[in-house]
Design a protein around this ligand. Structure first.
Ligand code: 5RP
Length: 242
């Protein structure tokens, strides 16, 4: 089986949590796109849902599939968001933003009663940080902001190159919100909670890709089956299904 198959398996498992009448947040990235594709099929078969996408790319995909769309302004409270992740640790802490949509992803996730993360097994890590941490920053004062990220991250034990993400034509990548992304190659984030708190103190940082205490369930598919991590039931930690 390929990574694509595992992503599809995880998306299929998440689909079982969708109920008629739900207000859904739709994530961004290749795994979330599989969920959106399946949701499109269900909507064609008559499923009644209304969805808020976390990026313009997801909005375009969902619209093309005929999925009823809304905005957080019209629909500020969502029942469930299904999204992907770049890294997931045992405490269900995440790194997100590989696709550059971390700000809207976090806003939509926090507006949701329940957040389910879907991924293939390569995203499951012992320690966060191998995947460079995306941080969305305003273009004004970019270098000062980068310096401050470097300094405050080092205070939390995270050091490594911080680079401005590049887009097409050698120009900086610009998010759906008109901001830039810097990718922090820390290799290992020893204290994710402290780092997240520190990044919040920097005025030029709009949002960071650490999602802590946000995900309720992670469905992770791989060669050993489907691993489910849950924050919902204190007696339930890790269960391997099938
Ligand atoms: C986008 C994200 C994605 O969820 C993350 O990058 C995972 O993407 P993929 O499913 O393509 O691996 O956070 O900002």
């Amino acid at each position: 089986m390929s990574a694509d198959d595992w992503k599809r398996q995880a998306a299929e498992a998440a689909m079982q949590h969708v109920e008629p009448g739900m207000k859904l947040g739709l994530g961004t990235g290749s795994t979330a796109a599989k969920f959106v594709e399946m949701l499109g099929t269900k909507v064609k078969e008559g499923l009644d849902v209304v969805c808020v996408p976390t990026s313009e790319a997801t909005r375009a995909q969902a619209a093309a599939l005929g999925i009823p769309l809304s905005t957080l302004d019209e629909t500020p409270f969502l029942d469930l968001t299904v999204d992907g992740a770049d890294e997931i640790d045992a405490e269900l802490r995440l790194i997100k933003g590989g696709g550059g949509a971390l700000l809207r992803e976090k806003i939509v996730a926090v507006a949701s009663q329940r957040v389910i993360i879907i991924a293939d097994h390569t995203k499951r890590v012992e320690t966060l940080g191998k995947f460079p941490l995306p941080v969305e920053v305003v273009p004004f004062g970019l270098n000062a902001t980068k310096d401050m990220i470097e300094s405050l991250s080092a205070d939390c034990g995270s050091e490594g190159p911080i680079t401005l993400r590049q887009g097409a034509g050698g120009k900086p990548f610009v998010t759906d919100n008109g901001n830039y992304i810097v990718d922090c190659a820390f290799e290992s984030i020893e204290d994710a909670d402290a780092l997240e708190d520190a990044l919040r103190l920097i005025p030029g940082v709009v949002e960071n890709g650490l999602f802590i205490g946000i995900a309720d369930l992670a469905i992770i598919a791989g060669p050993m089956g489907i691993e489910v991590l849950s924050n919902e039931d204190p007696d339930f930690n890790v269960e391997t299904l099938v």
